[in-house]
Structure formats: structure tokens, C-alpha cells
Design a protein around this ligand. Sequence first.
Ligand code: ADP
Length: 379
Amino acid sequence: MNILVVNCGSSSIKYQLFCMEKHISLLSGIAEKIGSSESFIIHHKGDKLHKVKIALNDYFSGIEKIAQLLMHPAWGVIKDKSQIHAIGHRVVHGGEEFRSSVLIDKYVMKRIKFYSKLAPLHNPPAYNGIKATKKLFSDTKQVAVFDTAFHQTMPEEAFLYGLPYKLYKKYCIRRYGFHGTSHRYVAQAAAKELKKPLEKLKLITCHLGNGCSIAAIKHGRSVDTSMGFTPLEGLVMGTRCGDIDPALVGYIMEKEKLNIEQVNALMNRKSGLLGISGISNDMRDLLTCAKAGNKRARLAIDIFIYKVKKYIGSYIAAMNGADAIILTAGIGENVSVIKARLLRELSNVIGEKIKMLTIHTEEERLIALDTFKLIQNKK
Ligand code: ADP
């Protein structure tokens, strides 16, 4: 059985085709700059890469071209559309309603659109991508896998802010958390590696990529996570500021004469590693510059690690202990100095009992697995 995983961003479509019997990824790629004249697709088959420059006006033309590549005599692996047995979509926001992955029907479509109010940048591309995919693959079952779903097990004490309770009721203002598929995937993988059932473990999973979040996972359930109502809360990230004094928003607006849109852009796109260093949002650049003696690059790295350390400490407190800390995503998987520093600086807290593991995250694989399970159940 072949399952196609689709992840639509504001101007991109990431895709990956899995063969479920063999547990392997057959093809993957990304269509970028959709809607502009410079759009292109980078398609991978094994270790070979194929770049196609092609005008992609919208998600439908993107999906159509991707489907052609999947069936291409040289670059594809399937003969016709019927060899894609189901399609799994990454959707960022499922509100409080979607606590796990679901088969997409008319109602689910409506709700994905509805939750655009909570994720105005992320849900509309997913919605449009699903619509385009449904048009092209009208007979194929499709599944939505939500980034927020895994964190729906958080208790009220973790998901509510210290704001008037009526705002929660009126506008759904609460903490949702994101990267749920990644946290869930690495937690499962960690349990395998530790040879213990997930239900018996207390884990702290650190997704450190361009966006960063940490989750406290007690007995397989997310009980807290660092991102909140939006992905802006929590750690210092590539370009996001993470936690700040909320009074600063008004203060910066006044001092810098910014409107809401501009201050949001400042906090989301000009802050974090980029804002502190003034150099780059990319950890690789900062590591190189810090090595060469650049103080601001070093400072950005120090602030980044300090924040990770504080969250880990607070989640050990939240769960009254932990069995393992898992590092994942671009920075978590590759920057060994971070692991070394955390091990050193937390040595008294970690002791002999808490292991620190590095695990490669594969959100797409989990989306394919969820899709596979859901369509099996329907048979
Ligand atoms: P995204 O959140 O966009 O999926 P990634 O998980 O790819 O991002 O992580 C991007 C971050 O990981 C960047 O800061 C990048 O510098 C860092 N990164 C990726 N590979 C390496 C590496 N080999 N060494 C150091 N940092 C890396």
C-alpha cells in the first residue's frame, strides 16, 4: 500500500510517498514559490535529485505536477493514480476539537477552514491544498493529521493563561502547542530505544529546528509544551522571540511607532537567533561566527541554550522527574555542543537516572502511519 503525505505551506508543497508494507519512503520533494513565476520542484528519488522549473499558479497545478512526477517513467515509481491508496495531510490547527487524526469529509473540511481564525497563516494553505488534492484524487481517501492534536491532553492548569477566564470561552484563548506530530514520533521512538512501554515513561522532547518547542510527555500523553496560543511562545527560535514580558508589545509599538502587524512581524521574523546576533537565524552560521570570535553570535547561542535548559528544568518539576530528554530536528540532531553543554550544565539535575537521546524526527512517516491506520479501520 502506497501512501502520499502532503504538507502545504504558504507558498510550498512538501510531499513524500511511502510504501507501508516495506516501511520505506519511495520518493519525496518540495514544490516552492507557488504562485510566482519562479516556482520550481525539487524531487528526490533515492539519492538522486531532479529539479524542475515550472510555472505553478496555485496548489492545484502544484499537486498536478507532483502527481505527474510520481508517475514519471524515470523519476516516478507508480504507473497511475490508483496506486496511491491514501493521502495524509499535515494540518497545523485543529482547535480543541481534533484530539487525533481523522478521515477528511465535508465536515472536517469545514472545521479546518473554521480554525483558520486561530492559525491564519497555516490553516488556509492546508485547506486549499486538500481541496486541490481532492479534486485531482477524487476517489482516494484522505486524512488530516493536526500539529495541535497531541497536546490536547494538557490539563487546564497547563493550557490556561492567567487571563480572564471569559476570554477563553469567548475567543478560545488558551495554549494549544504545536509540533505535536514530531513530539509524538520521537516519544514513541525513544520508548523503543529505551525498551520500555511509553505508558511507563516520563519524557522531555526538545524539537529544536527553525521553530523550537519542548514537550513534557507523561505516560505517553503531552502534559505541557512550550508553544502556546501561537508558535511564538516559549523558546528563543530562529527568528521568533519566544517568551517575553507581554507589556513589551505595547511598549515597543509606542517607542518604535509600529502597528500590530509590524510588531508581530518583529517578534516572529526579526527576533530570536537572528535578532540577537544580527547575523543569521541559522545555527550553522552562528556556530562558525562564534568560533571566529563574534560575541553576538556567542550570546545568541548562550541565550538559546539557557532557555532550553530552563524549560527542561521546569518540565522535570512539572512531571516530578523524567526518564529521558530527547533532542530532535535540525539543531537538536546535529549540534553536538548543545547536547554536551546540557549534559554538563544539568549534570546535578540529570544524575544517573535521566538519559539524553538524539532521535531523528520523521513527522511525515507518522502522518503516513496515522493515515494507514485510519483507512484500515474503515474497511
Ligand atoms: P525546520 O524547523 O525549518 O524544519 P530544521 O529542523 O531543518 O528546520 O532545523 C533548522 C536549523 O537546524 C537551522 O538553525 C540549522 O542551522 C540547523 N541545522 C541543520 N543541520 C545542521 C547541522 N548539520 N549542523 C548544525 N546545525 C544544523
